[in-house]
Design a protein around this ligand. Structure first.
Ligand SMILES: Cc1ncc(C[n+]2csc(CCOP(=O)(O)OP(=O)(O)O)c2C)c(N)n1
Ligand SMILES: [Mg+2]
Length: 603
């Protein structure tokens, strides 16, 4: 049996699993791991400026690579891997770990731990304190955030735990896993066998039971107006072609959550846009006014996707749900379902499609298709005037869609600027939108996009972000320069945390506090100081030229967009339960708001 350090056992296992990059930042707690990576010809250590960014970059890297095309899963490079030191370095990862949970990203974090035998004595960077109830503080802090966390106590277990961690990160609903390795154990020599993680890969395309599939097919074929609603899990499962095939067989329109945008190209005749708070009026009209049978595919009915579970925005009691999910407790969690299909989305849709096909499709498919066309044709988006200055986000979104290639990847961040990229920025294919999911941490988009470019160097990778979110992670522009990953950040520079400020204007009678910046940062100059390209744009008419230059300059580029302070809200169809000064039930609140004609706001 080969003799090696614990750190070498870790790196050799990751090599066998196909890992190419480890994102992170060193400290005394992971120096042995870095030293083992030094000898690897396969794995590159990718140095960032802040550990939070390492995790978000790993998210962005992993998403375009997901390709669950085979029925037998492979434990592989599809997992994003991060490595940090002990204590503060590991703690800086927490934001990224929680975000990966929300975006269902398979993420493996490896952090150093304090010297095992002196645990609890108060070592340098030991997270536990004398008076804390446990000496395992870091792993305990992670427990609610990860699918599983290990503290290694025996170096010979490293290969086994690492391969299981990679498998668990990808199983059913993917998510983060974490391993803490005391730095003393990283340096211990043992006889260690490295198994091939792929020998332990297992089939995971679970198909819903045949009886339930048959009932679902009967209901879909006999529906007056069937509609399909897809969530992120449908994308994770790689079910895009099955969804389109089913839509065409049934003549059923397809709506999505924000995260699942692009699972059907949004210019497909049966695409009706996203649902919920920032939903498209067409999707809402069809679901509210016409849909009887609604097939939801790994769609979790979150507050954002249902306007706080409000009747008519878009779902109504006339909608009878058939729900596919890989997790039993998601079935009928919020709304009653007529048929619950427990299984993988792609595999279960294949069963449904085969059965529908063998029964000759749905008789009224063409009738529904033409009804969808009429409703879509009746919707017209009114854009703010081209000559308006400072610029309006809705017009910017429209200009960007016109200039960015169909297959470019767009990452959105959190904030008011992102609202314009929900319903009114069409995405034309799966995995072309990167979205921070329901946890919405500011700074996710600008970092995730660097990972996307690393995974897809051939694609144009663009992030839209706010001045607030960008400044939380803007040091990573340096990282993109150093890695030679030429991404484009489009910063909506409105001198405000506008999503919140806008809420203060509406629901707090204009009592603005803590949401306005006194300085308008010059992000173009900042970018140039970091070795990137920087452009300032003040007129809508200059957007296309600036974006073309940014995409072709061969360097990372920041476009500083000077935007209006009080932008026209996008004409979305949903609602969000804004935190007003006194708690009012959403229903009453909405009525009051409609009477007053107030605008909606964000968290
Ligand atoms: C890390 C983090 N802190 C706070 C929030 C709450 N929050 C949501 S949107 C927002 C404002 C974002 O400002 P900016 O990035 O400038 O975008 P804008 O709304 O101005 O377009 C804030 C503070 C958050 N989502 N994430
Ligand atoms: Mg802002």
């Amino acid at each position: 049996m080969p003799r090696m350090r614990g750190a070498e056992a870790l790196v050799k296992t990751l090599e066998k699993a196909g890992v190419k990059y480890i994102f992170g930042l060193p400290g005394h707690g992971n120096m042995n791991i870095l030293d083992a990576i030094y000898d690897s010809t396969q794995i590159k250590f990718m140095l960032v400026r802040h550990e939070q960014a390492a995790a978000h970059i790993a998210d962005g890297y992993e998403l375009p690579l997901r390709r669950f095309t085979s029925f037998i899963a492979r434990v592989s490079s599809e997992v994003g891997v991060c490595c940090t030191s002990v204590g503060p370095g590991a703690a800086n990862l927490i934001m990224g770990i929680a975000a990966a949970g929300s975006t269902s990203s398979p993420l493996l974090t490896i952090s150093g731990g304090i010297i095992a035998k002196w645990t609890g004595r108060g070592q340098l960077q030991e997270t536990s304190r004398a008076e804390t109830p446990t000496d395992q503080c870091y792993t305990q802090v992670l427990q609610p955030l990860v699918k599983k966390v290990w503290n290694i106590t025996e170096p010979t277990l490293i290969p086994d735990i690492t391969r299981r961690a990679l498998a668990i990160a990808q199983a059913d609903r993917p998510g983060p896993v974490a391993i803490e390795i005391p730095w003393s154990l990283q340096a211990e020599f043992h006889d260690i066998e490295i198994p091939d993680p792929n020998d332990y890969a297992y089939g995971r395309r679970v198909r819903a039971d045949a009886e339930s599939v048959k009932i679902a097919v009967d209901k879909l074929r006999n529906a007056q107006f069937p509609v399909i609603v897809a969530g992120n899990g449908a994308m994770i499962s790689g079910a895009e072609s099955e969804i389109i095939q089913l839509a065409e067989l049934l003549g059923a329109p397809v709506a999505t959550s924000f995260v699942a945008k692009g699972i059907i190209p949004e210019d497909h005749p049966l695409s009706i846009g996203m649902v919920g708070w920032l939903g498209h009026p067409v999707a809402h009209e069809i679901i509210r006014e016409h849909a009887d049978c609604v097939l939801v595919v790994r769609f979790r009915f979150s507050d954002e996707s249902t306007s706080w579970w409000t009747e008519g925005k878009p779902f109504v009691k006339e909608n009878k749900f058939i729900q596919i999910d890989i997790q039993q407790y998601e079935l009928a969690k919020v709304y009653p379902v007529e048929v619950g299909l427990l299984g993988d989305a792609k595999a279960t849709l294949q069963e449904i499609n085969t059965l529908i096909q063998s029964q000759g499709g749905r008789a009224d498919a063409d009738k529904t298709k033409s009804a969808v066309k009429t409703i879509k044709d009746n919707f017209h988006l009114e854009l703010p005037p081209m000559e308006q200055k400072p610029m309006e986000p809705l017009r910017i979104a429209n200009e960007l869609r016109n200039v960015l290639p169909r297959d470019s990847i767009l990452a959105v961040d959190t904030g008011m600027h992102a609202h314009y990229f929900a319903a009114f920025y069409p995405i034309y294919g799966p995995k072309l939108l990167q979205n921070p999911g329901g946890w919405t941490p500011m700074g996710w988009g600008p970092t995730a996009i660097i990972g996307a470019k690393l995974a897809r160097p051939d694609a144009d990778c663009v992030c839209v972000t706010g001045d607030g979110g960008f400044t939380m992670v803007c040091q990573e522009v340096l990282t993109a320069v150093e890695w030679n990953t030429p991404v484009v950040w489009i910063v909506f520079n409105d001198k405000a945390l506008n999503a919140i400020r806008h809420g203060q204007r509406g629901a707090y009678d204009g009592r603005i506090i803590g949401t306005e910046f006194t300085t308008r940062a010059d992000f173009a100059a900042m970018a140039r100081a970091f070795g990137a390209e920087g452009i300032t744009v003040e007129k809508h008419a200059d957007i296309k030229k600036a974006v073309k230059h940014a995409l072709n300059c061969g360097k990372p580029c920041v476009i500083d967009m000077i935007t209006v302070s009080d932008p026209i809200p996008p004409p979305t169809a949903g609602d969000w339960c804004e935190p007003v000064r006194a708690w009012v039930e959403p229903k009453k609140r909405r009525k009051g708001k409609e009477e007053k004609g107030k605008e909606k706001t964000e968290k």
